[in-house]
Design a protein around this ligand. Structure first.
Ligand code: MG
Length: 259
């Protein structure tokens, strides 16, 4: 005990006020923020344990599909096939809808266009990831399959073509990493549009891109007020696209000012 007290006293004597491991409070304030540069009182972010392997779900993610079952999805579409660790669109069965509803999220989805090439343009390997059931990040076999630019894989459908065509061949697994910032409405009026950041196979397709409104076909998109949270939807576009390893993180308060 005495030895411990001596150690503490020595540490205080050595470092005292000069121990800056956790910051400094004698440096100018950051403009518009209640903190000094390197402020020791600035809140630390929560610890999130990353997955052991790239693409795996971190500790705070909600796993929506782990290759086994559709327990996170609404019933009634059970004819979507689950086999060998993947999920396959059952053509004509209808869209697959999550039970949980989401606002601002980070989403990881892996998908593969059918190995057997059938159809052209929008009729080849078409599916889609609908954030809040409304805002589509297009899934399409865009490997040597010309279509309109704002409809190819990774397009914010009908609005923004991706910055690159980074699609792999049909049958090969591909990954989307998406950050979606939900639109904000007050008293039925839009006060902040939706934004999407999208990577396909690690290649940037959209960086904080402003959405014009919910996805529509052969029309101009426009916002109408909707709930702050809604389901994630996978599109049945009549083609047997496969999915696996789907996880999502809720991003709460990331855009709120620090206090
Ligand atoms: Mg689609």
């Amino acid at each position: 005990m005495a030895r411990f007290a001596l150690l503490v006293l020595t540490a205080v004597a050595m470092f005292g006020q000069a121990n800056h491991d956790l910051g400094y409070d004698d440096i100018p304030m950051l403009p518009g923020l209640p903190f000094h540069v390197h402020d020791p009182k600035r809140p630390h972010p929560p610890v999130v344990t990353p997955a052991a392997q790239a693409g795996g779900a971190p500790s705070d993610a909600i796993v929506l599909f782990d290759g086994k079952d559709l327990s996170e999805w609404q019933s009634g579409k059970s004819n979507w096939k689950v086999a060998s660790g993947y999920l396959e669109v059952a053509p004509g069965a209808g869209d697959l809808v999550t039970k949980q509803k989401f606002g601002d999220v980070q989403l990881h989805v892996e998908w593969a266009a059918p190995l057997e090439i059938r159809g052209n343009s929008q009729n080849r390997g078409n599916s889609g990831i609908y954030l809040q059931g409304r805002y589509e990040v297009q899934v399409l076999d865009s490997y040597q399959n010309p279509t309109y630019a704002d409809g190819q894989a990774g397009a914010l459908y009908g609005q923004w073509p991706p910055l690159a065509n980074a699609t792999r061949k049909p049958g090969e697994w591909q990954s989307y990493d998406i950050v979606f910032e939900a639109p904000k409405f007050e008293a039925g009026k839009l006060v902040r549009p939706a934004y999407a950041t999208v990577f396909l196979n690690g290649v940037l397709l959209h960086s904080h891109k402003e959405l014009m409104g919910p996805t529509v076909h052969r029309q101009l998109a426009k916002y109408t007020a909707h709930p702050a949270e809604d389901s994630l939807v996978l599109q049945d576009h009549q083609q047997p696209v496969r999915y696996r390893n789907i996880w999502i993180r809720r991003l709460r308060g990331y855009d709120q000012p620090e206090k």
